[in-house]
Design a binder for this molecule. Structure first.
Ligand SMILES: C[S@@+](CC[C@H](N)C(=O)[O-])C[C@H]1O[C@@H](n2cnc3c(N)ncnc32)[C@H](O)[C@@H]1O
Length: 214
């Protein structure tokens, strides 16, 4: 019995150590969520309600015809519901570093006959986003994976229309979890101001606007 307890504690310790190593390694190297773990992302977060795609999309106040950037879209968990909401006159740019993630998102979009998504394989901060065209930008459990978060947020700021909104979602179950204070500091330096906060310390969505609208 005691051996089993030690084994379990050891396993938990190894997992926690791995999570911290991954998190801190991401400060200097690009260490994105591996493609073989995409099934975990696609579970649509069974642990926290705030990070579920349906809840994130509800807080975006989307209108048909809007242009949305889903940065670090992964396997398309949030991309697809966003594309449905903006409709055929709207458009979604689904951006990710990893071709395997984009392929999966593309397959799912094809299965649903969604023709309003453009898939782009690049890293945010590399200067590939069009300037001033987007109504909304999403960073759902992505920010902590980006080595140069300042450059990424500056590029997103430039990509939004005046009054456009960036929605950042974080959950503590992600090894790259970013505290609310960190997001406020980084996004504030890029020119964003806080507009709304939903959730708790464990999981939240922070809406940031290019201008203070409230
Ligand atoms: C944890 S997954 C989240 C996927 C999706 N946003 C979701 O919540 O379902 C993080 C994704 O961000 C992507 N990513 C990491 N760094 C990136 C960067 N610099 N530019 C674009 N995508 C990035 C990874 O490849 C991965 O697919």
């Amino acid at each position: 019995m005691t051996t089993l307890l030690y084994l379990c504690l050891g396993l938990i310790g190894i997992i926690l150590l791995g999570m911290f190593a991954w998190r801190f390694g991401s400060r200097w190297y690009t260490l994105p969520c591996p493609v073989w773990l995409r099934w975990l992302v696609e579970l649509d977060n069974p642990f926290t309600k705030t990070n579920r795609s349906e809840v994130i999309v509800r807080h975006l106040d989307l209108q048909p015809g809007m242009a949305v950037l889903d940065i670090g879209c992964g396997p398309g968990r949030v991309t697809l519901p966003v594309a449905r909401q903006v409709g055929p006159h709207g458009k979604v740019v689904a951006m990710d570093l990893q071709p395997g993630m984009l392929r999966r998102a593309q397959e799912r979009a094809q299965a649903e006959n969604l023709g309003n998504i453009r898939f782009v394989q690049t890293g945010v901060g590399d200067g590939k986003l069009d300037v001033g065209l987007a109504d909304r930008a999403l960073l759902v459990t992505v920010l902590g994976e980006i080595p140069d978060r300042e450059a990424a947020l500056r590029e997103i700021f430039e990509a939004l229309k005046p009054g456009g909104v960036l929605s950042v979602t974080e959950t503590i179950f992600d090894p790259h979890y970013q505290r609310r204070e960190t997001v406020i500091r980084l996004a504030g330096a890029a020119g964003f101001r806080e507009k709304a906060f939903f959730g708790s310390r464990v999981a939240y969505t922070l809406k940031r606007s290019e201008f203070q609208l409230d």
